[in-house]
Design a protein around this ligand. Structure first.
Ligand code: NAD
Ligand code: G3P
Length: 354
């Protein structure tokens, strides 16, 4: 497949803008049919953000100090961004995606491949973002790809070497999107396990909230490594119950993203958890953050999905209890450590014992 001629990115936050930079940098090394690098057009909700990106090649609200390539353009008009796009990248907060798609469905080119950058689960439906995209746009799942991995936007915007995963049921499409996003500092691997890749990115945000709480309460590395490792175990249980592959959880979109998010002060989810651990209420935490911490919104849906599938997720359960005000962060350790003992080799739920 030839490189894309035009890529539209809907969402000019930190990851949407950074991914636009990745695609634009990648395009400078591969020309399309016309012999020109792909045109990358970002749709920004706020006109002043679109103007700043388009005219000054900056997005100072989200990526302070980063210069964007000349072939990144921006508009506040979604039709202009989407017109003739071969690839449409979606990078808006997960809970707003469905409404956003309803507004643009008529102008989104039917032949485009749609790529989700989002790491959230829709509340009420428990739907993954790729499922929301397929149902709202009436697309076959083979036309939808997901990008996920240890991808803190600011590090990538600073061109620090990073790997990622492009997942799509159609392996040719995954390879095409990966080639379009392959920049000197960004190396995407392909994977056909969309469920596993997507679930890894969703649940790590909830586990990062828990690790952040440990930080906020002044706990050390033993505690955090214990939460990360058992967090991976419960992520793996849920992903495999939904049809994801266990090996995916040992890869970039599983372990890789979990480690990056739980250890980085750049992570919004870990930061939100830290503030909860410092005794702020969930409302105070949300009010103090200007960017999206998806775990705060998705945790309930993750737990709901786990219960519907008979999967035990004790860390997620404790995080949801803290978010609901039913459990204090100081009581969280007692609640988790007081559970019945079990074998680490037992990958079933505790209640499965016959
Ligand atoms: N930032 C990262 O490092 C990173 C990395 C990987 C994945 N992600 C995921 O990408 C998604 C987007 O994250 P982000 O970091 O770019 O978020 P962000 O908070 O930086 O930006 C969100 C963007 O969406 C826009 N927006 C907000 N509400 C909206 C609405 N109601 N309708 C339409 N647009 C709206 C905002 O104006 C902003 O442009 C999230 O699911 C996140 O988990 C983020
Ligand atoms: O800042 P966070 O917590 O949303 O994490 C960003 C990315 O998902 C890390 O891969």
């Amino acid at each position: 497949m030839k490189p894309p001629r035009k890529v539209a990115v809907l969402g000019a936050g930190s990851w949407g803008t950074t991914f636009a930079k990745v695609i634009a940098d990648a395009a400078r090394f591969s020309s399309n049919d016309d012999g020109h690098p792909a045109r990358v057009v970002v749709w920004a909700r706020r006109p002043e953000v679109a103007t700043e990106i388009d005219e000054r090649h900056r997005n100072s609200s989200y990526l302070d100090g980063i210069e964007l390539p000349e072939n990144v353009h921006a508009t506040a008009d979604p039709s202009e961004a989407l017109e003739h796009a071969d690839i449409v990248v979606l990078a808006v907060p997960a809970q707003t995606l469905r409404a956003q798609l309803r507004q643009v469905a008529d102008v989104l080119p039917r032949s485009a491949v749609v790529v989700s950058l989002m790491k959230g689960l829709e509340r009420d439906s428990d739907a993954r973002m790729s499922e929301v995209i397929c149902s709202e746009l009436g697309l076959d799942s083979s036309r939808v790809a997901v990008v996920s991995g240890p991808n803190l936007a600011m590090e990538i915007a600073r061109e620090e070497p990073t790997a990622s995963v492009v997942a799509c049921e159609d392996e040719e499409i995954a390879a095409w999107v990966a080639a379009a996003a392959s920049a000197p500092y960004f190396r995407p691997y392909t994977n056909s396990d969309v469920v596993g890749v997507e679930m890894g990115g969703i649940v790590k945000n909830v586990i990062a909230l828990a690790v952040g709480m440990c930080d906020g309460m002044g706990m050390g590395d033993n505690t955090k490594a214990s939460v990360i490792t058992r967090g991976l175990a419960e992520t793996t249980r849920l992903a495999s119950a939904l049809g994801g592959r266990i090996e995916t959880m040992a890869g970039l979109a599983g372990l890789g993203d979990l480690v990056a998010t739980c250890s980085s002060p750049l992570s919004r989810n870990r930061t939100a958890g830290r503030l909860l651990g410092e005794d702020l209420t969930p409302d105070e935490v949300v009010a103090s953050m200007t960017q999206t911490a998806e775990g705060m919104k998705s945790a309930h849906a993750v737990l709901h999905l786990a219960r519907r599938n008979d999967v035990e997720m004790p860390i997620t359960e404790a995080v949801v209890a803290v978010l609901d005000g039913r459990l204090s962060t100081t009581d969280m350790a007692r609640a988790l450590l007081g559970r019945d003992l079990k074998s680490e080799q037992d990958h079933r739920n505790e209640s499965d014992d016959e």
